[in-house]
Design a protein around this ligand. Structure first.
Ligand SMILES: [Zn+2]
Length: 398
């Protein structure tokens, strides 16, 4: 499995989800952001009509000037040309760019270019809001994370793909157990964040959005590549970890946060010395998570993901959070206007008839939480014992 395989999927960063009361990106507070002008479509319908008209009249004159076999060959060539031209245009359109903060390419319009991103009735899209409507599954114990405690050989690579920052971790780690339908090989992890004034996790708990979310992406080992895994409804398993902002630096994230300045612009990458991946997880609470079937949260939004969303967040400091929020750009280095990469999360989707399962030991159910700015997740955590003491009885799995 190489990252080259991943590139077979256009725009894929997730190897990369109510009421949308906290879902809209706040674009008014980004004093650092210089808005990128909207890209024009390749051809407007009026331009296309004008070109076709001209093409038809020129072709007619050209064919009239030919005789015999030459006229037939010219006619065939002219008939083939539009097919090639339209194939090119549709190919270009199918790989069109997606974004988070501009109307013509934001998550609500992804379906225009990527039909599989349309949240149709009963579809299984991600992220979702996690609330009290979950089913306890006593069989969901902590996942088995092989190789997460050791230092892998070789080099890892941190990369800015314009939509997120991805840490490609090579091979050597697997995820299994915890009700997963197979063993999955860890490919990469990446992040979703907000801005200095807005939170940016993808999943929400009681509509509460936390500052950041990390996704560890794993592919079922029976598949030779991502193309194959994308044809399997459970081809990918993603571990989601909420990240809150705290007072103290989290040294476990330092290899990543200090390297962000080297990948500030789209397309840049830097080598990272491997470290135990377990250090980025809520290590004392690995048995507390939620499980549901969903999708990639970036185009093509394929519904092939078994999600495990850890309940207890990990923490980083405010200055570490700032390195993401105002230190990473969605634009390349040599562009006229730098555009900060912020609020790179997809809006939450309805669960419809899907069941969301709480692991055997998951606890955070019941009380509603208000939306708030980065840092206030600390408040949520400090209120956790109080919330739990007033919690509704957990629904019993049956
Ligand atoms: Zn993601």
């Amino acid at each position: 499995m190489t990252w080259k395989d991943a590139k077979l999927v256009p725009g894929w960063s997730d190897t990369t989800l109510v009421s949308d009361s906290v879902g809209a990106a706040d674009t008014n507070t980004h004093k650092y952001v210089q808005k990128r002008k909207g890209k024009k479509p390749i051809l407007s319908s009026r331009q296309l009509g004008r070109y076709l008209n001209k093409f038809a009249s020129c072709s007619y004159a050209f064919i009239r000037s030919m005789r015999g076999k030459k006229r037939i060959i010219a006619l065939m060539n002219i008939m083939i040309f539009p097919v090639i031209a339209f194939s090119f245009i549709s190919l270009t359109a199918s790989t069109s760019e997606f974004c988070y903060d501009e109307g013509h390419c934001d998550p609500y319009s992804w379906g225009d270019s990527y039909p599989t991103c349309h949240p149709l009735l009963e579809s299984h899209h991600s992220p979702i809001n996690l609330d009290h409507d979950v089913t306890r599954d006593q069989a969901l114990e902590a996942l088995q994370l092989e190789g997460f405690d050791s230092v892998q050989k070789g080099q890892w690579r941190l990369r800015n793909d314009g939509h997120t920052v991805v840490l490609e971790v090579g091979s050597g780690m697997t995820v299994s157990g915890g009700g997963l339908p197979g063993t999955y090989s860890t490919l990469q992890l990446h992040f979703h964040w907000g801005s200095l004034a807005t939170n940016g996790s993808e999943h929400t708990i009681h509509t509460y959005r936390l500052p950041m979310e990390m996704h560890i992406v794993n592919m079922k080992t029976i598949h030779p590549n991502l193309t194959s895994a994308m044809e399997d409804q459970t081809g990918l398993a993603v571990l989601a970890v909420f990240i809150d902002v705290s007072y103290t630096e989290n040294a476990n994230f330092t290899p990543i946060t200090t390297a962000l300045s080297s990948v500030a612009h789209r397309g840049q990458s830097v080598a990272i010395r491997p470290f135990p991946l377990a250090s980025l997880l809520p290590q004392d609470h690995l048995g507390l998570y939620y499980r549901y079937h969903g999708s990639l949260t970036t185009p093509p939004c394929s519904q092939v993901v078994v999600w495990s969303v850890y309940e207890v967040p990990v923490h980083i400091s405010w200055s570490q959070y700032e390195r993401f929020a105002v230190g990473v750009f969605s634009t390349e280095e040599e562009t006229d206007q730098d555009v900060l990469l912020q609020n790179n999360f997809r809006h939450v989707h309805l669960t419809y008839s899907r069941r969301v399962y709480a692991s055997k030991d998951a606890q955070l159910l019941g009380a509603a939480c208000p939306a708030a700015a980065p840092g206030s997740g600390l408040l949520l955590l400090s209120l956790l014992p109080l919330l739990l003491s007033h919690m509704d009885p957990t629904p019993d799995g049956s």
